[in-house]
Design a binder for this molecule. Structure first.
Ligand SMILES: N[C@@H](CCC(=O)N[C@@H](CS)C(=O)NCC(=O)O)C(=O)O
Length: 218
């Protein structure tokens, strides 16, 4: 069956929509990645696609479904378009639930902490060292969890690459902003090797290149 392209609403530098692009690319599902600036997300017509005024959101002409929130979108994409379970797991299996566990950890435990660490380090008008420390320390804590769990494992779930691994990649690109405070290679070598393994996949590497090109074009 030939699929019509899914519209993916994203932002050139924001990490979240690029996670969705990785999944679409991995699954070979056609899509059009439309960029929207932060102020325009909080106005019509975009607000009728995502009332939360953020990206990502998708509009899927094949099913008539519009969705927002990265985790919900990724679950939808794999359950709709990965019937062969190339990057996901059969419904109801142990691995199916474990992959969800890691993705929920990513959307609630990685994204918000990494995002606030960036906000308070780079954008917040006052420098609040206690707040910066709190969020940067959380990056260390979350990274420690992954580093310990991945010891002797190639990927997070079921011994194969899955959407759960892909979900963590883009937020790690912010780590250089914190200078000496976080050294992935030195402090979290297992995590670092897993990120490199994941980033070496052709679909993931392509999206990271697309993101760089979109940021440069801005
Ligand atoms: N929980 C949301 C977070 C979405 C989010 O914060 N996206 C950022 C870009 S990566 C955004 O749209 N920011 C706009 C803003 O903060 O005004 C999700 O995972 O989809």
């Amino acid at each position: 069956m030939s699929l019509k392209p899914i519209t993916l609403w994203g932002h050139d530098s924001g990490p979240n929509a690029w996670k969705v692009a990785m999944i679409l690319e991995e699954l070979n599902v056609p899509y059009t990645h439309k960029m929207i600036d932060f102020p325009d997300m909080k106005k019509q017509p975009y607000e009728s696609i995502n009332p939360n005024g953020r990206v990502p959101a998708i509009e899927d002409p094949n099913t008539g479904i519009t969705l927002w929130e990265t985790g919900a979108i990724i679950e939808y994409l794999v359950e709709t378009y990965d019937k062969q379970h190339t990057i996901s797991f059969a419904i109801g299996t142990k691995e199916y639930f474990e992959a969800k566990q890691w993705m929920y950890y990513e959307v609630s435990g990685q994204g918000p902490y990494f995002g606030q660490a960036v906000w308070f380090t780079v954008y917040h008008p006052e420098k609040l060292p206690g707040v910066i420390d709190r969020y940067v320390n959380e990056i260390g804590r979350v990274s420690g969890v992954l580093d310990r769990f991945l010891k002797d494992k190639e990927f997070l779930v079921g011994g194969k690459f899955s959407y759960a691994d892909a979900a963590f990649v883009t937020w790690y690109a912010v780590v250089p902003l914190f200078g000496d405070k976080i050294h992935l290679e030195k402090d979290f070598p297992v995590l670092n090797a897993w990120l490199e393994r994941t980033k070496a996949r052709p679909a993931i590497a392509k999206i990271l290149q697309d993101r760089e090109a979109a940021m440069k074009a801005k």
